[in-house]
Design a protein around this ligand. Sequence first.
Ligand code: HPA
Length: 273
Amino acid sequence: MSILLKQLAETTAFIKDKVQADAAIGIILGSGLGNLAYEIKTEVAIPYSDIPHFPVSTVEGHTGRLILGELSGKKVWVMSGRFHFYEGYSAQQVAYPVRVMHMLGVKTLLLSNAAGGVNTDFKVGDLMIINDHISLFTVNPLLGKNEEVLGTRFPDMSEPYCKEMIKKAKAIAASNNIDLKEGVYTGVTGPTFETRAEYKLIHVLGGDAVGMSTVQENIVAVHCGMKVFATSVITDLGIREEENIITHEEVLQAAKEAEPKLTLLFKEIVKCL
Ligand code: HPA
């Protein structure tokens, strides 16, 4: 057995030993967007540091717990805090928890993130449903030997974000008066925010938003056959007045303010799964 499969088996056995792991929905919460975790009727919350082979989250604004609980009457696994490539983890480590969720029986994955807007119609605080992505120099987590038991060597990426779920999200937003944007997420490594020239380039390439997460998790989820739904909170604008700069504090603040809309959207989506 390969090291990866052995590690996955050990991680999964550890979790299953703690709790009856029967949730088919997984949720990964982004920077400053961890409050959804408080809406969950928690059955068990396992600190990442206790889980064998799990990386440990280091970024401010991430609490770092894997939670099993109930949201909108459905059993869910929630990662409160995610791993980023810029923290020094490999692409495979970043996406490792998605594989663990797959082993635990998760079929549908919901992702949230904070992102910079490059679509000039966007404003800070907007929610953007991700309908596609561009990987801009991010490392593909499927590099290396392919484990056929997890998925195929050359996965199709023509529908990385489930169209059916996007349709549902739009209907939910319309009936709750949420102004929902939709667009292409551009994944970068960070940790620098982009230069003005880079934001312009991303805009020209067809990106609507840019962020430092999500793409690697999405690829691994698609590889193992999950349906994925993802939403960005626009926390800053890449194409902006000359004198404005972008800070992590401002990103977290904007995420916090927009979070109630995102929480409502995710709760309603989970309800119809
Ligand atoms: N760029 C990259 N990542 C981000 C941004 C940004 O402007 N805002 C929040 N995450």
